[in-house]
Design a binder for this molecule. Structure first.
Ligand SMILES: Cc1cc2nc3c(=O)[nH]c(=O)nc-3n(C[C@H](O)[C@H](O)[C@H](O)COP(=O)(O)OP(=O)(O)OC[C@H]3O[C@@H](n4cnc5c(N)ncnc54)[C@H](O)[C@@H]3O)c2cc1C
Length: 445
């Protein structure tokens, strides 16, 4: 019989040493662990601050419902990420998206910029006038920020009516303080011919591939947490060590200190937020760069309802600054088992750093009732979940600050990866690739 190698552990059960330590058991960390195991590495320790793994991918399964804490659907052009997602979750529902924008007491189709013909005459005039004025200016200089870029691409009308109010509500940052490189992974911009179609109607622009998430899939069973559960099965016998917040990284001695003891490591992957990793490792020359990093908190309310009054859009964008939420998701149209015999509505609110969510549930419920979307008598139950960081803000100096910090961490032997580890607006497919790439830095020559 082969001899079991004895692993020395502290009183809390934390091993004293592991060949590879991964900080954070969200999607990126779990994928990295799977990849390392596939490459034959066995001595892997995942450290997670929360009571359970999954990070942003959590599903509320209390009281018979299956509702994700934050709305998640899977879409990608990456075949490898898609195959992993399907393998981990099992059978999926497939959808072609139907999206809307809440607009002046009604709804128009999303993308807003492709459906200007659905607006009233005055708004259409505003859009057209701004485009004509813009073309006359003929400004060909490279835009310096999202404000300049969106004005150039969409004209002031669309920017003022939708793009600015929606994005400033989501990001809690002025457009002039943001970069625009990330935009192409979220929306397809219409161009001059597309805008003409959009305003005049008829041959509608954007009928084909209107957005990266035009086709999406969703697990048939268990909600988005089934992806995490599939990964936990795949990495057995490795199991995340939870409730262990990382408090310090001593990269010189190769020791990670947690609230439940210290562990020595051979190689280290961090999926912690970049600013946190830099500070935990004491990389003082990065402090200035990370002080510029900002993120939003997303508070998401999950409503289990008997009835809801909305058109059958999968999700609806809400630009109106007077309404406390930026997006509504009809979870029951994506997951028919979300609320047995009822409807499920996810309501996302963005809170600026340091801002308070006090009284939010009351305000959101009053707003939904005031808009005629929900009747109070139809509310079966409401849950609230709060996630920080949720959206890493793509600030204008991101392209210098983030690579600089990543290089410094790497020079200290810390591989930083994932949505917050790389401070990039990663979707699940990007996080899957980030986990694979982080593991490759250890396994590939
Ligand atoms: C509102 C919202 C909606 C989204 N919708 C979609 C969607 O529809 N489709 C899609 O593809 N993607 C979506 N995403 C993106 C997706 O959630 C992410 O790409 C992915 O979950 C990120 O995984 P990660 O492991 O990189 O980060 P995380 O999930 O944040 O994992 C990091 C882990 O590190 C842990 N940690 C942090 N600090 C410490 C510490 N000091 N010590 C120990 N552990 C620590 C955290 O607890 C967490 O578990 C959405 C994101 C948000 C916020």
């Amino acid at each position: 019989m082969p001899m079991e190698k004895k692993v020395k552990k502290s009183l809390s059960g934390l091993p004293e040493r592991a060949e590879i330590v991964i900080l954070g058991a969200g999607l990126t960390g779990l994928i990295a662990a799977r990849e390392l195991l596939l490459a034959g590495r066995r001595d892997i320790l995942l450290l997670e601050r929360e009571a359970g793994p999954g990070g942003l991918l959590k599903t509320n399964r209390s009281a018979g419902v299956t509702i994700d804490e934050l709305p998640h659907v899977f879409f990608t052009k990456d075949k490898r990420a898609s195959a992993i997602f399907r393998k981990m979750t099992g059978p999926v529902h497939s959808y072609r998206h139907r999206l809307g924008v809440m607009w002046k007491g009604g709804y128009v189709d999303f993308p807003f910029q492709d459906n200007i013909s659905q607006l009233g005459l005055e708004d259409r005039k505003v859009v057209l006038r701004s485009l004509l004025e813009r073309r006359l200016e003929e400004n060909s200089a490279r835009p310096g920020n999202l404000e300049e870029y969106s004005l150039r691409e969409l004209g002031g009308g669309i920017v003022d009516l939708f793009f600015r109010p929606y994005n400033e509500k989501l990001w809690r940052t002025p457009l002039s303080g943001m970069d625009y490189a990330w935009l192409s992974s979220k929306i397809r911009l219409p161009g001059a011919a597309g805008l003409a179609d959009s305003i005049l109607g008829g041959t509608r622009a954007g009928k084909e591939d209107v957005a990266p998430h035009a086709e999406f899939i969703y697990p048939r069973q268990g909600g988005i947490a089934s992806l995490v559960e599939g990964l936990l099965r795949a990495i057995r016998p490795v199991s995340p060590f939870c409730g262990a917040e990382v408090l310090k990284i001593d990269a010189g001695r190769k020791v990670v200190h947690t609230g439940r003891g210290a562990v020595r490591y051979g190689r280290l992957i961090s999926t912690l937020p970049l600013d946190r990793a830099v500070r935990l490792a004491g990389l003082k020359d990065c402090y200035k760069a990370v002080s510029r990093l900002r993120a939003t908190r997303v508070v998401c309310l999950q409503y289990a309802l008997s009835a809801v009054n909305l058109p059958p859009y999968h999700w609806i964008y809400v630009p109106d600054p007077a309404v406390p939420f930026y997006r509504l998701t009809r979870a029951d149209l994506i997951n028919p088992r979300a609320v047995p015999g009822g409807k499920a509505l996810l309501v996302e609110c963005s809170i600026p750093e340091g801002g308070s969510a006090a009284g939010l549930e009351k305000r959101v419920t009053a707003s939904l009732a005031g808009l005629g979307i929900v009747k109070k008598k139809d509310i079966r139950k409401v849950w609230l979940s709060s996630h920080y960081p949720a959206y890493p803000v793509p600030h204008t100096r991101r392209s210098e600050d983030v690579p600089f910090c990543l290089r410094r961490l790497s020079a200290s032997g810390i591989i930083s990866a994932g949505r917050f580890g790389e401070w990039s607006i990663y979707n699940m497919d990007h996080s899957i690739e980030a986990g694979i790439s982080a593991a490759g830095k250890i396994t590939l020559p």
